[in-house]
Design a protein around this ligand. Sequence first.
Ligand SMILES: Cc1cc2nc3c(=O)[nH]c(=O)nc-3n(C[C@H](O)[C@H](O)[C@H](O)COP(=O)(O)OP(=O)(O)OC[C@H]3O[C@@H](n4cnc5c(N)ncnc54)[C@H](O)[C@@H]3O)c2cc1C
Length: 327
Amino acid sequence: MILVLVEKDLAGDAVEVSLETLTFARSLSEAGGGVPIDAVVVGDVPPALRSELASYGVRGVHALTGPAFDAFAGAAWASGIETVLATTRSVVVTAAGTPRGGEVLAHVAARAGVPMAANVLSFGGLSPFVVTRQVVGGQALEEMQLAGRPAVFTVAGHAVEAAPAAAAGPAEVHEHSPEVAEADLVARVVSTDEPEPDLSGGLTSARVVVGAGRGAGSADGFADLLELADLLDAPLGVSRVVTSLGWRPHHEQVGQTGSRISPDLYIPCGISGAIQHWAGCSSAKAILAINTDADAPMVTRATHAVIGDLHEVVPAINAEIRRRRTG
Ligand SMILES: Cc1cc2nc3c(=O)[nH]c(=O)nc-3n(C[C@H](O)[C@H](O)[C@H](O)COP(=O)(O)OP(=O)(O)OC[C@H]3O[C@@H](n4cnc5c(N)ncnc54)[C@H](O)[C@@H]3O)c2cc1C
């Protein structure tokens, strides 16, 4: 069996990256001759979630319930998954490469005494089990053989496109309310602040992201960038300089200490491309850099670049988009 940890958003729906991970798991299942796929969900499984998981090829949904699972605790979730593993013969345990997915699966692997691979993009073979993953902030790809069972790994965001199964049956829900040791609850979430809403949903799942760095010049220098984001229905992602200077809120930060994004298109404007920023955006499929410096690392790594002042280039792009839409 392939066991997939499915994360829910605040509305209780499966997050997009978990649906991508289920799609990834299906290709593994097919390569293995139809290995069944089960999901682990923490908390309730409303009927809509159950049928969505079924449509992605899930046969069994293991719901972890009880007071120990009311708030996030990585070790407690791992202990719950351990309970599920004891009743299923799972050859693979996987999750989306989110901060929570990584934390929980690291605990799962440590408890099982097996290695774990983070940020997997693809698999090369089942026996031995070989995966390709991103390392060094996305600057290099690494092939890794996962010895030991179960094979434990997280799937990088947008490694595959989420797609329901062509044919799917119903999914059965199995409730588990395991005892969780006090030690597994020591590090747990005690309160959650909902982030201020951004322009169009989460940075981590956006298909297009408009980036802004020190080149914006000041807190008042974002009007054209916000307009571009609005025209493209994209969120704004910024560098740490921008948040440190208080020009934009911290939840918009991209990078090592911000969000890791993997859009189809990233448009970094006035961002030099320091390694800590690159760590958060290197998974973008295409990058259109706008910068006055042709030698800036972001420009030399970009798929396309416009060398110029963002305060001239961005309004010109906005005007052209508006012109094409109206005319
Ligand atoms: C531990 C640690 C963690 C960090 N984490 C992060 C992180 O998560 N995210 C992050 O972003 N940084 C992070 N940093 C900071 C990082 O090292 C850089 O300082 C930061 O990314 C630089 O931001 P920037 O590109 O906006 O500014 P700069 O490096 O100053 O670059 C500004 C760019 O704008 C261009 N420019 C200037 N004016 C214009 C204009 N009018 N039009 C067009 N282009 C223009 C310049 O040519 C330059 O390339 C971290 C640093 C440390 C030490």
